[in-house]
Design a binder for this molecule. Structure first.
Ligand SMILES: NC(=O)c1ccc[n+]([C@@H]2O[C@H](COP(=O)([O-])OP(=O)(O)OC[C@H]3O[C@@H](n4cnc5c(N)ncnc54)[C@H](OP(=O)(O)O)[C@@H]3O)[C@@H](O)[C@H]2O)c1
Length: 256
């Protein structure tokens, strides 16, 4: 019953985790505002969500365009009266030569989309949530934000920033009726992780991961990290001294 009649604004809805979440949330009777850049995919997804039993509107918007994100949330709120849940999911891996060689523009692109795009979505929905003393902000962050990872400076920084941003916001808003849920997945089979030659540890099938996202949101958990095996290793890694961490982490080749 958690999702029935909830108004959910979901960024990064056109593929992977966002698309799969939208379909499941629609099945549970929610109304969705779907945001991403590829309009054709969003249109098809909105139709599927409606066939699944939910209502859906879509917004072909770049999450880095703060005004366009604000307009999209305003349009959803005007039609349905409120937004109950934001799922800030839009993101890129930045797994290319420019980003790895720390080309400043390429690094900025990853941080703009993954971190500042999420900030745009929060600032678009939070004032009305605070006014209503009700709502939930959900960050799709990553285990990659726990500590720096090799060949992942931009992505790790964007996800560490995202986790810290949402945690800070939680401290400011939880006593005002707004919950904050930070989800930190490991590797999930989606277009973002496809095409890598090396093995990704504890890689999850997309359909196995979706119930874990839904459970974390439904329980309004402050943090959820999965799969548990990789989450445990990463949590342990956080308390390692730098010399030991370097020895183990620098050998990782899962970005290649
Ligand atoms: N897959 C994993 O292993 C994994 C693990 C941990 C965390 N995550 C996080 O989960 C989220 C979803 O990733 P995914 O694996 O589902 O990847 P994906 O299939 O590539 O989906 C990424 C989504 O983000 C959207 N997006 C990208 N740039 C955007 C922009 N500038 N404006 C608006 N939307 C934008 C894409 O839509 P358009 O291209 O149509 O705009 C797409 O819908 C990301 O934040 C990712 O970092 C993924």
């Amino acid at each position: 019953m958690f999702w029935k009649d909830k108004i959910v604004f979901l960024t990064g809805a056109s593929s992977g985790i966002g698309e799969a979440l939208a379909l499941e949330i629609a099945k549970r009777g929610a109304t969705l505002g779907l945001l991403a850049r590829r309009e054709g995919l969003l249109k098809e997804l909105a139709e599927k969500c409606e066939r699944n039993g939910g209502k859906a509107r879509y917004f072909a918007v770049d999450v880095t365009d703060a005004n366009a994100v604000t307009n999209a949330t305003a349009s959803l709120r005007n039609e349905f009266g409120k937004i109950d849940i934001l799922i800030a999911n839009a993101g890129i891996g930045g797994n290319n030569a420019e980003t790895r060689s720390l080309n400043a523009e390429a690094v900025a692109k990853v941080i703009n989309i993954n971190l500042l795009g999420a900030v745009n979505a929060v600032s678009a929905v939070l004032p009305a949530m605070l006014k209503n003393k009700s709502g939930q902000l959900v960050a799709i962050s990553s285990l990659a934000g726990f500590r720096g990872l090799p060949k992942s400076a931009a992505y790790s920084a964007s996800k560490a920033g995202m986790t810290a941003f949402f945690e800070s916001v939680r401290l400011d808003v939880q006593s005002k009726g707004v919950a904050v849920t930070i989800i930190q997945p490991g590797f999930i089979k989606t277009p973002l992780t496809s095409g890598r030659a090396n093995k990704m540890p504890f890689l999850m099938e997309l359909e196995d991961s979706i119930p874990l996202f839904l459970k974390a949101i439904e329980r309004r958990k402050k943090f959820a990290a999965f799969p548990w095996q990789l989450a445990s290793i990463v949590r342990l890694g956080r308390i390692f001294p730098a010399w030991l961490y370097d020895r183990i982490a620098r050998r990782a080749s899962f970005r290649e």
